[in-house]
Structures are given as structure tokens and as C-alpha cells.
Design a protein around this ligand. Structure first.
Ligand code: SAM
Length: 298
């Protein structure tokens, strides 16, 4: 168990002062020195969090610091997915289990009493959080390291510092205030040097792509042999990467659109000439020199 630093407490207190909620919602007495006090997410915000993560059959959701279990229970009840709540406070776990039983979900959801910093939630495909920016920041390395690329993350009110969200929305609550909801996708790490060959018409070119990355933002340079090649529209979402390369093919300059899935030190996908819907895509496999990978959180 980690003691919350005073400024974090004051920060949440400030937020709550700016966003009044009924007195019975605020259980300051039960703060007990945990990282975050228990303050439930209004149901309107729960709905928006679940809408943003776009729940699909087979998803496994974890609410980190689950409070009274409302996010877990709503997800399981509305979408029929597996959902797990983790909370350090045994009172919250008891309450969550009682609420799940009342909702007819006993045995269909799980609540674990544990410090979220020590918990194993590697099998999650969706993570929900209502913590504090300072706690999110401490949790960030674990989220980036433990979760599979493509895992969706949503946080009520609090961001992740310089890891900018992929989407943001705002919800009005019955308390007359507006809450921000932040959404991220865990990015694959595509840093380093990637090599591949591509046959275009009568010739085969050898390409080298060097990628730099900060969280989900990727910049790349490409060369063919010793010649720099124009690369643009580099996009990464989870384990899916795409970009455009301009290449000379049979005496003409042609833009090639690449799209592929990253798995470890390999990207497999297809490339096709832009603007030629009839052209058959060419299979494309790139491999990375494992020595060139670097961290994506500076
Ligand atoms: C702001 S409440 C959010 C409750 C719920 N997720 C919701 O949105 O309604 C934060 C919860 O995190 C729990 N918590 C605080 N520190 C924790 C820790 N280190 N590990 C697990 N849970 C923690 C608190 O007990 C509290 O229930």
C-alpha cells in the first residue's frame, strides 16, 4: 500500500470542490491513506467511458480502483463481457460483491482486494480508471509495459501527462458540472531499424526505415540503398501501422500505401500503389534489428 502525497489529495479536493457532488457520495473518512479516496463515477460518465472504449464481445475489462463496482457491473450487465474490479479497500470489495449479487451477476464478475500497483491485469483488453494524474503517472510505465498493444484505456477526469489522449470527450453530470473523459490505445513499440524488400513491376527494392517514437507518435525516415525516399502519413494505432512511400517504378514515381500488423520484431502486411484500386496488394514483411529498439516513454 502506498501513501498518497499531500499535493495529490489537495488536487482531488480541488477537483471535487469545482465539481460538487452529494455529500453521501464523498467518503472522506474512508480515505485511510490509500492513493485515492473513494468517489464514485456518475453513471452518465460510466456510460461515456464504456462508449469510448467501444466494447466488443470477448473483451476483458479491469477497473483499477473499482470503488463500489459500478463500472464493472455496468460493463458486465450491458455488454455481457468478463469484468474485474481491483480495489485496495476491503470495504469497497465487500460493497462491490453485494452490488454484483443485487444485479444478478454473482459469479459473473470478479472483485480482487489488492494494491493496483502489484496487481496482474495483463489479460485486460480494456482498462478503466478514476484515479489522479499523479497516480496515473506512476502507473503509466506498468500500463505501457504490461498491456498488449491495442488495449484500450479510459480515464475519468485525469490525464497521463505528456502522453496525449487519442480521444477526449466531456459529459454533463446531474451535479451541473462537466467531466472530461480521456481515451488511449496502448501503442506497439516500433522504434529502431526495419528492413524489407518490395518488388514493384520489374524491379525489387531494398528499403530501410528508421523509426523514432514518443508514446503513439511515430516519426520515420526511409531510404532505398543510399537514397532517401519520401515517407509520409505515418500512423500507429495499437499494433497497426500504416505509411506512404514515394518510389520510382518502371520509370514513373508511384506512391505506395503500406499497412501492417506489428508482432515483436516483425511487421506483416500489404503494400499497394495509391490511386490504383485494381492493383493487387503485394505482401510485405519487415524485420527489425532487435538491438535498435528503444523506450517510447522518455
Ligand atoms: C475515485 S475512486 C473510483 C471508484 C470507481 N472506479 C468509480 O469510478 O466509480 C478510487 C478508488 O481507488 C481505490 N484505491 C486507492 N488506492 C488504491 C490502490 N493503491 N490500489 C487499488 N485501489 C486503490 C480507492 O479505495 C477507491 O475506491
Amino acid at each position: 500500500m502506498t501513501k498518497a502525497p499531500i499535493p495529490a489529495v489537495l488536487f482531488l479536493a480541488g477537483l471535487l470542490a469545482a465539481s460538487p457532488a452529494p455529500a453521501q457520495d464523498l467518503e472522506w473518512q474512508s480515505y485511510k491513506g490509500y492513493d485515492v479516496p473513494f468517489v464514485p463515477t456518475p453513471y452518465e460518465v460510466v456510460e461515456e467511458m464504456l462508449r469510448l472504449v467501444d466494447i466488443k464481445p470477448g473483451d476483458v475489462l479491469y477497473d483499477l480502483g473499482c470503488g463500489d463496482g459500478r463500472i464493472v457491473i455496468t460493463a458486465a450487465k450491458t455488454y455481457g463481457i468478463k469484468a474485474v474490479g481491483i480495489d485496495i479497500d476491503p470495504v469497497r470489495i465487500k460493497e462491490s460483491n453485494e452490488n454484483a449479487a443485487a444485479a444478478g451477476l454473482a459469479g459473473k464478475v470478479r472483485f480482487i482486494q489488492q494494491d493496483l500497483f502489484e496487481a496482474d491485469f495483463k489479460d485486460a483488453s480494456v482498462i478503466t480508471m478514476y484515479l489522479l494524474t499523479s497516480v496515473n503517472m506512476r502507473l503509466r510505465p506498468k500500463l505501457l509495459e504490461d498491456l498488449r498493444p491495442g488495449t484500450r484505456l479510459v480515464s475519468h477526469s485525469f490525464g497521463m501527462g505528456e502522453w496525449r489522449p487519442d480521444k477526449t470527450s466531456a459529459v454533463e453530470t446531474p451535479y451541473g458540472d462537466e467531466r472530461d473523459v480521456y481515451f488511449w490505445v496502448i501503442p506497439a513499440n516500433v522504434t529502431g531499424r526495419w528492413d524489407w524488400d518490395l518488388t514493384m513491376g520489374s524491379r525489387t527494392a531494398h528499403y530501410v526505415l528508421e523509426a523514432d517514437q514518443e508514446f503513439q507518435a511515430v516519426t520515420a525516415t526511409v531510404r532505398e540503398g543510399d537514397w532517401p525516399v519520401s515517407v509520409s502519413e505515418v500512423r500507429l494505432s495499437g499494433d497497426e501501422i500504416s505509411f506512404r512511400i514515394d518510389a520510382e517504378s518502371d520509370g514513373k514515381m508511384v506512391s505506395w500505401l503500406y499497412a501492417g500488423k506489428v508482432a515483436g520484431h516483425r511487421i506483416r502486411g500489404a503494400a499497394r500503389p495509391a490511386g490504383d484500386a485494381k492493383a493487387a496488394p503485394v505482401t510485405w514483411t519487415a524485420t527489425r534489428n532487435p538491438m535498435t529498439i528503444v523506450a517510447i516513454a522518455k
